[in-house]
Design a protein around this ligand. Sequence first.
Ligand code: CP
Length: 320
Amino acid sequence: MKNFTSVTDVSHLNTIIQSALDIKSNPYNDKKLGENKTLGLIFLNPSLRTRLSTQKAAMNLGMNVMVMNMDKEGWALETQEGAIMNHTTVEHIKDAAAVMGEYCDIIGVRSFPKLIDKNEDYSEDFFNKFIKYCGVPVVSLESATLHPLQSLADCITISENEKLIKRISKPKVVLTWAPHIKPLPQAVANSFAEWMCKSDVDFTITHPFGYDLNEKFTSGAKVLIDQNEALKNADYVYVKNWSSYSDYGKILCNDTTWMLTLEKLKLTNQAKVMHCLPVRRNVELSDAILDSPNSLVTQQANNRTWAAQAVLKSILQNLV
Ligand code: CP
């Protein structure tokens, strides 16, 4: 693997999931692989899980890790080619990325969308320019449109749970929109859809009118506006808010009945409930579900480490 920015960077889904599970059962097996290699983690937005799990993964591989909160500690970056930089930006991405590439063997980048201009966000301009100018492999720590480390951890979590039961047909996985007080990116939902559409599952997405995701990521999924219908016989329910893609970045629905509750869970096949965290309790998901044995949210967060370690291991193995 060269870069890790989407499911398309993974040649075989089951192979990387199994690699992560092997690493989970023996985390220090590759302690020599990352010796004298440096991982740089660049955050333009806040993080708890991504930051800590990726650092832990790198340390398990024997790597050195440097973390920079670009939004607070770095210079304001310019991305426009040919910009006359006489306003607020202080350093051009082509200079900053090139310098960071000199210090690091692999760089992880988190950069959220602005949720103002769909074309700008979906062009992944920042990520693509960073990859172009840094000259070393780049791992997405969540881009404007995708969160592949989260989705890999989610696939690992489903795989672990599937090993515990005997099932005669494919598991039914439902991604349901949930209410939220702020407009959030579509990245987690896009990414989960993209990975589920490549997995051996029966995949349904449910959301209110106006919340269709970009079809590029949902091809092969069943999409329903009726949440109760979608939840019927579900084995896994992934709860996530996202802002509108068509009416870009807007909140179109404030219907609190879209929050998943124990009552709604009765429609399912005693479904396991997933969320990437952070979660707004009793807005997106009820306390009763989050504190119940059905919740997989902590297991998902744990699996972020093994997802990151499998990805870093694969990239390290390809470094010359
Ligand atoms: N799920 C996730 O990416 O969490 P953080 O934003 O805390 O990293």
